[in-house]
Write a protein that binds this ligand. Structure first.
Ligand SMILES: Nc1ncnc2c1ncn2[C@@H]1O[C@H](COP(=O)(O)OP(=O)(O)O)[C@@H](O)[C@H]1O
Ligand SMILES: [Mg+2]
Length: 268
């Protein structure tokens, strides 16, 4: 399912794989702009060619306030947590931090600077829902997760159709290295996401502006389209790999993680 493009300079380039390599992704655009198609493409690319339980595997923690977008993935063996209730969504963020803490312990014990194991993608499908109802809890959690999770191979994707400065706040935005703007309703929304106008004049349906730290300017891409049928087929295949699905694992570590641990490591 690797989709490659040819950039104007002639080098082969795969949009999904480039996005999967970023530490954290912010994806924003108006309703109907193609966010779900992009996220599905990314998840399918991650799952398609990767196991869930071995080094090099991919795992998912899904936070889905709308209860529709990500729910098809809750049965794949890669899924560690699926949360759609207000309380469980915050728990899922703590759970992700717990994984980071556990991985730092392993790294500390083995003298590693980067965790050697699966990538965990923490996907928030609609950041606005969390930020409007539980900003005081959620904003510091997201900040902390973004700041420390990179070396632990834990990645956060925040998706929103509401790119206001009150949702994508500066403390949140500075932590994202991969930023994607699909079509926005107005130039100000575009500026809030990628710092420049332009996303407001994109065609709908999957055209995007993509910015990462290693790019000197915003790049424009067409997001490859993965159909619902392809998505369902892949999910069915993965679900069938585990005929007797184990119950979701309970966290083997305390939630929330102890603050002192991070203080010792990072001095914050
Ligand atoms: N990359 C794409 N290529 C072709 N069609 C697309 C693409 N992205 C979105 N679309 C079309 O636009 C519709 C809305 O996209 P969707 O991802 O559901 O938007 P959003 O999640 O931003 O509201 C899709 O059902 C699909 O028909
Ligand atoms: Mg959507």
């Amino acid at each position: 399912m690797e989709v490659t493009f040819t950039t104007p300079t002639g080098t082969t380039y795969s949009l999904f794989n480039d996005m999967l390599k970023q530490s954290h992704l912010l994806i924003a655009g108006a309703s109907g702009s193609g966010k779900s198609v992009l996220v599905n493409g990314l998840i399918c690319t991650a799952l398609y060619s990767h196991p869930f339980d071995k080094a090099g595997g991919k795992q998912l923690i899904l936070i889905d306030p709308k209860r529709t977008e990500l729910s098809p993935y809750k049965r794949v063996p890669h899924c560690l947590r699926y949360a759609s209730e207000p309380n469980t969504m915050v728990d899922a963020l703590h759970y992700a931090l717990g994984i980071v803490e556990q991985r730092y312990r392993v790294m500390e014990a083995q003298g590693l600077r980067k965790y050697n194991g699966s990538d965990v993608y923490v996907i928030i499908e609609e950041l606005a829902d969390l930020m409007t109802t539980q900003k005081r809890t959620v904003q510091p959690l997201i900040q902390r997760l973004c700041q420390i999770a990179r070396a632990a191979r834990v990645h956060l994707w925040a998706i929103t159709q509401c790119p206001l400065a009150t949702i994508i706040t500066t403390p949140i935005k500075v932590n994202f290295d991969g930023i994607v703007a699909l079509r926005t309703r107005c130039a100000q929304d575009s500026r809030n996401i990628i710092g420049v106008k332009g996303a407001e004049v994109l065609p709908r349906y999957g055209d995007c502006l993509y910015l990462t730290p290693d790019k000197t300017e915003v790049e424009r891409w067409k997001v490859p389209y993965i159909t619902e049928a392809e998505q369902s087929e892949m999910i069915r295949w993965w679900v069938a790999q585990l005929p007797t699905r184990q119950p979701l694992p309970t966290p083997p570590f305390p939630t929330p993680p102890r603050r002192g641990f991070f203080k010792r490591l990072f001095g914050r």
